[in-house]
Design a protein around this ligand. Structure first.
Ligand code: MRU
Length: 367
């Protein structure tokens, strides 16, 4: 994606050939700043503090975190420790564990002396594969928007999204946003309702930023506005991303997604979830077994914003000593999901639907 005319991915290798650069997402939308990761712990901190966030990007960063660890010590012990440390940073997005398992499979069987080169190679492949998956998600999701557009007589297709499942959450394109970018690039009139996504405001800070930079018309709304807009017929389609899909098609995503799915169901609005294969957890039978991250109460009690003098500051929004709870994800049951949009096509949110797209998993599921 382009920022001020320059093409960017969310993670790339520095010109020195070994350190890793990211866009510091904690600084957006007020500053576009990049950050250099030089150790595996830098990668772990970036994941934990959400300098990088979004399921596929967390995985890609962890992969490079293993490569950075191998530069310092490529022994079996160091490999196991680095993988365990990176895996412990965030619990819900399965892409983190998927990417680390890919790194383990690539590195464990080879000699320590060959591990650094292979680690960088596999991390780069994981990034490239994610870009291609997300591009394909866009191509496969585009007909959903085209079909709605045909019935709108030239009026914009109204799409609602939650959190940031855009290119900032992936390596490029995004998951939920990829069909939107493909439709916009194809000249289909559309408009996006962007949920602000409290408490961390990924919609306001990130989705609004990236849609705006691409020129996609959008309107930011409070999280609570979606149901009302759906009742008024002002939403044609909901598309969200996901951090983990269980093998029966239940979908874990940013807190508040479930309420949007309920409202969409009640109002007959199609509710689609976009994801790459690396977000499916075949080992989990249903969504009740997906671990839900509990984050700091501070994220609910405080908000970050820009002051009139241009400084960025954090303010308290609740009484001193207020108690707060901060579950970061929720699970939308498969029955509320109209379909899963993947790099292989669109399928029903069910075990059968997933297996129809990934038949090679059938034997393993049957075990
Ligand atoms: O806590 P975050 O910002 O990492 O949560 C991100 C989301 O919930 C996204 O919707 C999800 O990762 C899909 S990413 C394409």
């Amino acid at each position: 994606m382009q920022i001020d005319g320059k093409p960017y991915r969310t993670i790339w290798l520095n010109d020195d050939g070994w350190s890793v650069e990211i866009i510091d997402q904690t600084r957006l939308p007020h500053a576009f700043a990049t950050l250099k990761l030089t150790t595996s712990d830098d990668a772990a901190v970036a994941i934990r503090t959400m300098q990088v966030r979004g399921a596929p990007l967390i995985g890609a960063t962890a992969a490079y975190g293993v490569a950075l660890a191998m530069r310092e010590d490529a022994s079996d012990d160091a490999l196991s420790k680095a993988i365990a440390h990176l895996a412990a940073q965030r619990p819900t997005a399965i892409n983190l564990r998927w990417a680390l398992e890919e790194m383990r499979m690539a590195l464990a069987p080879i000699e320590p002396g060959a591990r650094v080169a292979r680690a960088y190679g596999r991390a780069a492949e994981i990034c490239d594969e994610d870009v291609e998956s997300c591009r394909r998600i866009g191509i496969n999701g585009l007909p959903l928007i085209e079909e709605i557009a045909r019935g709108k007589g030239g009026k914009p297709v109204q799409i609602l999204t939650h959190c940031n499942a855009g290119w900032l959450a992936c390596v490029d394109w995004g998951t939920a946003t990829s069909p939107i970018y493909h439709a916009f690039n194809a000249g289909i009139p559309l408009h996006v309702w962007v949920d602000e996504t409290r408490p961390r405001n990924q919609g306001a800070a990130l989705t609004a930023f990236e849609l705006g930079r691409h020129g996609v018309p959008y309107t930011l709304i409070a999280d609570n506005a979606g149901g009302h807009l759906m009742q008024r017929g002002e939403v044609d389609l909901v598309i969200v991303g996901t951090d983990r899909v269980s093998s029966n098609g239940d979908v874990a995503n940013k807190i508040g997604t479930y309420l949007k799915a309920l409202a969409a169901h009640d109002n007959g609005v199609p509710f689609y979830v976009a994801l790459p294969f690396s977000t499916i957890d075949w080992s989990v039978a249903d969504g009740s077994d997906i671990p839900i991250e509990e984050r700091s109460a501070d994220e609910v009690l405080k908000m970050m914003g820009r002051l009139p003098d241009g400084r960025v500051a954090e303010v308290e929004i609740a009484p001193l000593n207020a108690q707060a709870a901060n579950p970061a994800f929720d699970v939308t049951p498969a029955r509320l999901v109209s379909g899963l949009v993947t790099e292989r096509g669109i399928a029903a949110a069910s075990r059968e639907g997933l297996v129809s797209l990934y038949p090679e998993r059938w034997n393993k599921l049957g075990e």
